[in-house]
Write a protein that binds this ligand. Structure first.
Ligand SMILES: *Cc1c(COP(=O)(O)O)cnc(C)c1O
Length: 250
């Protein structure tokens, strides 16, 4: 390994240890078992080489928010990593015309926020199962689905309004191959994240009443994971605290 790669590996290793310590401290304070919290490392804008290093360092879940970037990275890693060592989470806002491609690379989609998207993911997944674009058929392939909730009702930033959540969950649960896992949210700007995530916990509880297996709560990022853990987060989406500052992209 080159010295640059070694240095990057050491940096990622130290950052990961620091994030894992934060998670353990927050779990201890909340009386939770850290094994109930999955760290999804958000690798968007960072190269496939970083994903490979993270995998060596024991990371099992990575998050991406752009379809083209994610599928290119996964293809690039196909010869380096054993297939299936990583679970790929699509965490970004998704247009329906990307659903077919996302269904081919993602294991989980955290950003389900419209009926049209549920439908498009179902159709995309059906194609992947049959063998899309010359790829071998994958008849057993499934896609974990989380309904993204807009906690301030400003859906221009992604997420569905809280009142739409039951119907979206119903639609996802009824779609062949989609496995409804729970809910996701980003804390709105300018709001105490603890209050935001407490609201999300209530929404999650309502969802579980109709769908007892939908027990994932995707909440908490680099800056606010300590607010998410006492509110039941099962999946943290952490980018900068592990990988460093991202180059600014819109
Ligand atoms: C980029 C992103 C993250 C990670 O944010 P950091 O502040 O870098 O930890 C989490 N969730 C979503 C939806 C994102 O787009």
């Amino acid at each position: 390994m080159s010295s640059a790669a070694n240095a990057r590996r050491a940096e990622l290793s130290a950052n990961l240890a620091a994030v894992r310590a934060r998670i353990e401290d927050a779990c201890a304070a909340a009386g939770r078992d850290p094994s109930g919290v999955t760290l999804v490392v958000v690798t968007k804008t960072f190269p496939a080489s970083d994903v490979a290093l993270l995998s060596e360092l024991g990371v099992r879940d990575v998050g991406e928010n752009r379809d083209q970037e994610a599928s290119a990275k996964k293809d690039e890693l196909a010869t380096v990593l054993e297939p299936m060592t990583l679970r790929w989470h699509c965490i970004g806002r998704l247009q329906t015309n990307k659903a077919r491609s996302v269904a081919a690379w993602a294991d989980a989609v955290h950003s389900v926020d419209s009926q049209r998207l549920v439908k498009a993911l179902g159709t995309g997944l059906a194609r992947v199962r049959e063998g899309d674009r010359g790829r071998p058929p994958q008849p057993d392939r499934t896609l974990d689905a989380l309904v993204q909730v807009s906690l301030d009702g400003d859906t221009s930033r992604g997420g569905a309004e809280i009142r739409e959540v039951p119907e979206l969950c119903e639609a996802a649960a009824a779609t062949e191959g989609l496995l409804l896992r729970g809910v996701m949210a980003v804390a709105p700007l300018g709001v105490d994240p603890r209050q935001a995530f407490a609201r999300l916990a209530e929404v999650a509880e309502d969802v579980r009443r109709d769908h007892p297996g939908a027990n994932w709560i995707s909440a908490g990022m680099s800056g606010d994971l300590e607010a998410a853990i006492p509110n039941g987060a099962t999946h943290l989406r952490v980018g900068g605290a592990v990988l460093g500052n991202r180059p600014y992209v819109k």
